[in-house]
Design a protein around this ligand. Structure first.
Ligand SMILES: [Zn+2]
Length: 484
């Protein structure tokens, strides 16, 4: 048993290290094959069947182990297809203004392109790339569905409902109220924003939102040089800081192939954690940096003595609570004033933009969850239309069906994000109530997180609700958060 867990942990380390090396631009191609070959024995059919049958014993560790083994088993079965799709995306370029732009860099250009005609042209080139990769992604999805059936589960939704202990249909219908409650406010703000930038509302696409939410006018408060010192001040205020001596490694070096999106790679927990970013500045870059810093702080603080399932594995909903909690400090007026240094008269207009950005994202994820339930129940044949219609009607903009597979994460990560958003809004209300408007500068708020971080994932998210004075996870606090 212990030997098995040691090998499982080495596998997790090697996988995360591979993702770190590729994402940070130190390695050109993703190679999962050799790792699975070395550790294939961990994910034999017998092993996965046994772990799945014992998933309800000694919770939550046995459930985390079942999810790890099932994920590894399925990942092993589709590894070649995963590599093919990922490497095709990494190698793809689009020809723009006489230059070959890496596909992954396109969204940075879209966010900075003020002419909407040009934005739409560039986006159409990117959609061509997505269309080219879709056959690989579709084959991979069909294979995943087959493998799940072969394990004796009545479909992909069923398997993940069991592994995560979340009823996705319940979650989706609970969020209907959130959609209804924000509908009017969302539509009118969207209309105003589009009008101001001259995009005809019936032509608007996600690329326009990317540009609008970029908030270039606020760049002077969110410089690329200012973000690391701001994080140091934040941790200091929480009583967790030691100047800029972070408990994780900061990878700030600009490399040509480095991912434009910040990410955290917990290679060995808690002692080897990387926060990787290509600092560009701007409000969203800061939000991404603070988000990933929340992950890095969490992983670096976990008690090294905890066993593998509670230290390295766990539910992503709780993991995302920590990162959102760090990120959404950037929507607290007192934080913007004291840490970011924004003048008082700019704070309200800024918050309107930031809250709308969050509302857009939340509605997008509710739509994604609904769509993913359809995709995994009915298969990919009619899915492009379902993707276009579901996201289009909830977001009120034009959605290109070509991203119907690119925009899907494995294992219902969308549901985990939604649960994390709900919990985090409840946590922030609780702290504000207990500690006041400047809760984030009270060491008690840091202490609460420190205690939670230390125990890794010994408790799943729902079991933490009583600690913030709540009985059920609900979207009420989230609704207040974006409607304030
Ligand atoms: Zn995250």
């Amino acid at each position: 048993m212990v030997a098995w867990e040691e090998r499982a942990e080495s596998f997790a380390t090697e996988m995360t290290r591979e993702r770190y090396l590729v994402g940070s631009g130190r390695k050109e191609r993703l190679e999962l094959d050799p790792i699975y070959q070395r550790y294939g024995g961990l994910f034999s059919e017998n092993e996965v069947r046994e772990r799945l049958s014992r998933r309800h014993e000694s919770p939550p560790a046995s459930r985390y182990l079942a999810e790890f083994v099932a994920g590894g088993y399925l990942g092993n079965r589709v590894k070649v297809l995963t590599q093919r799709a990922t490497n095709a995306m990494l190698a793809a370029t689009v020809r723009w203004d006489g230059e070959d732009i890496p596909y992954q860099q396109v969204w940075v250009l879209l966010a900075n392109e003020p002419d909407w005609h040009r934005r739409h042209s560039l986006d159409r080139l990117a959609l061509e790339v997505a269309r080219g990769i879709n056959p690989h992604r579709k084959e991979r999805l069909l294979r995943l569905h087959q493998e799940v059936q072969a394990l004796g589960f009545d479909g992909y939704v069923h398997l993940y409902r069991d592994l995560l202990g979340v009823d996705f249909d319940d979650l989706s219908s609970n969020l209907d109220l959130f959609l209804e409650g924000t509908e009017e406010c969302y539509r009118s703000q969207l209309h105003d924003l589009l009008e101001r930038t001259g995009v005809p509302p019936e032509e608007a696409t996600p690329a326009d939102l990317q540009y609008l939410l970029r908030g270039k006018g606020y760049d002077r408060y969110f410089s690329s040089r200012g973000m690391v010192p701001a994080l140091a001040r934040t941790l200091q205020a929480m009583g967790l800081g030691r100047g800029d001596d972070f408990p994780f490694a900061l990878d700030l070096e600009p490399r040509p192939r480095k991912s434009p999106r910040a990410f955290c790679a917990p290679v060995r927990i808690p002692e080897e954690v990387y926060l990787v970013i290509k600092p560009q500045g701007g409000r969203e870059d800061w939000e991404a940096f603070f988000h990933e810093a929340g992950h890095a702080e969490h992983f670096s603080h976990i008690d090294a003595r905890l066993p593998f399932p509670l230290r390295v594995l766990g539910d992503n909903d709780l993991i995302e609570v920590y990162s959102f909690h760090m990120q959404y400090r950037l929507t607290e007026p007192s934080f913007l004033r004291d840490i970011v240094g924004m003048p008082s008269d700019e704070i309200q207009p800024y918050l309107r933009l930031a809250r709308f950005g969050k509302l857009f994202l939340l509605r997008r994820y509710v739509a994604k969850l609904r769509y993913e339930l359809t995709l995994h129940r009915q298969g990919p044949e009619e899915a492009p239309q379902a993707y276009r219609d579901t996201l289009g009607s909830i977001l009120g903009i034009r959605i290109a069906p070509e991203r119907y597979l690119e925009d899907v994460d494995d294992g219902f990560y969308s549901a985990q994000y939604l649960r994390a958003w709900m919990f985090e809004a409840m946590l922030r209300e609780f702290l504000r109530h207990e500690l006041g408007e400047r809760w984030w500068a009270n060491p008690d708020s840091g202490d609460l997180l420190y205690q939670w971080w230390r125990r890794g994932q010994s408790k799943p998210l729902d079991d933490l609700l009583p600690e913030i004075g709540a009985e059920h996870l609900s979207a009420d606090a989230l609704l207040r958060d974006v409607m304030e």
